[in-house]
Write a protein that binds this ligand. Structure first.
Ligand code: BT5
Length: 330
């Protein structure tokens, strides 16, 4: 659905919310300028999405409850940034990155988003799994930055920063572990970012920014934490989704205008690795450098001071290093 579209289903839902005590099909139909049959169809579709609507002949319709899910109908009213132009999905899927890719290939415009309440085959970087049970928020945003491919390397940092800003607005502070992890102050992973894209020659055609946020609880078997635990309340999933989308929209649009430099200081303030001893490995698991993470340069490269000097890393996996054994710890 798009904000501009004359979305009758959203109007039916709004009217049901307005008439909390119930409303007849006839009143709804004439208020919205549609037939009673159409009202019935929209109500059935809402019920199918998890809205509990009581329908009684003679008494009309009454909305009893709304689903706690990142459904477009729930998220739209909470999104403020016009950059977010279209919302799809909101239920169970394989991977929202795959769904968004299909839309991007078909020409979907920048700001198109696919949401999910649960993913069957959510993925992280380098083919790793992203555990995506119900109770999280999974979102993929179509981006079409008009830049050459090397300039887009910094995008995971921009998106990560946007997610962190979004989480701020719901009372959750996240640190950023270069390049793409959002961690609680005690180092548990709240969210991850996965960017996938297509270049045509030197130009970027599209990028899918995939974001996974643990909300209700952390999945088992990984060092993770949910937003609820950190916020100290049960945060509606639609609220988390809207906050994250708005945060990413703002950070991304700033980057498009002025590049990474104006965002760099903010990223550094949140940088979880700064001052820690790290080992950086490449995609094959080979060690690129071991040393102390000292910060980042204006291109978003991680700076690691090693025995042989400072190395600027554009891509890699970072783990904490135990200086006693020189072995990897986390
Ligand atoms: C990431 O990869 O952190 C990127 C995650 C992106 C997920 C989103 S959800 C929407 C979109 N659709 C997708 O299919 N994916 C994107 P990486 O840095 O490679 O981290 C993966 C590692 O994090 C795994 O190997 C686990 O150790 C750990 N992990 C898996 N699921 C987790 C979770 N729910 N919370 C915290 N850690 C998790």
């Amino acid at each position: 659905m798009t904000k501009q579209s004359d979305d009758r289903r959203a109007a039916v839902l709004d009217a049901l919310r307005e008439h909390a005590g119930g409303v007849s099909g006839e009143v709804l139909a004439s208020a919205l300028g549609i037939s009673r049959v159409a009202v019935r169809k929209h109500v059935a579709a809402l019920q199918e999405q998890g809205y509990e609507v009581k329908a009684r002949p003679g008494e009309g319709y009454r909305l009893l409850s709304s689903p706690d899910a990142p459904l477009p109908l729930e998220v739209w009213p909470l999104v403020h940034q016009p950059f977010i132009s279209r919302l799809e999905g909101g239920r169970v899927t394989g991977s929202t990155n795959d769904d968004a890719r299909v839309l991007a290939v078909a020409g979907a415009s920048e700001g198109t988003v696919v949401l999910a309440a649960e993913q069957r085959s959510g993925r992280g970087r380098l083919g790793r799994e992203w555990s995506s049970p119900a109770g999280g928020v999974y979102a993929s945003i179509v981006l079409r930055p008009e830049v050459e491919t090397p300039e887009a390397i910094v995008l995971p940092l921009v998106v990560g920063l946007g997610v962190a800003r979004g989480l701020d607005t719901i009372g959750v502070h996240a640190s950023l572990k270069w390049p793409n992890d959002l961690l609680s102050d005690d180092g548990r992973k709240i969210a991850g970012v996965l960017l996938e894209g297509l270049s045509e020659g030197w130009r970027v055609a599209w990028v899918i920014a995939g974001i996974g946020v643990n909300v209700r609880r952390a999945p088992r078997g990984v060092d993770a934490v949910g937003v609820d635990e950190l916020a100290g309340r049960q945060v509606p999933l639609a609220e988390v989704a809207a906050a994250v989308l708005d945060g990413v929209a703002l950070a991304y649009e700033r980057w498009k205008l002025d590049g990474f430099e104006p965002l760099c200081a903010e990223y550094q303030r949140r940088a979880w690795l700064s001052g820690r001893d790290v080992t950086v490995t490449d995609a094959a698991g080979r060690v690129i450098v071991s040393g102390r993470a000292t910060g980042m340069d204006a291109q978003g490269r991680l700076l690691v001071a090693s025995d042989t000097g400072t190395v600027a890393i554009a891509a890699g996996d970072v783990s904490l290093r135990d200086p006693q054994t020189d072995g990897r710890r986390a």
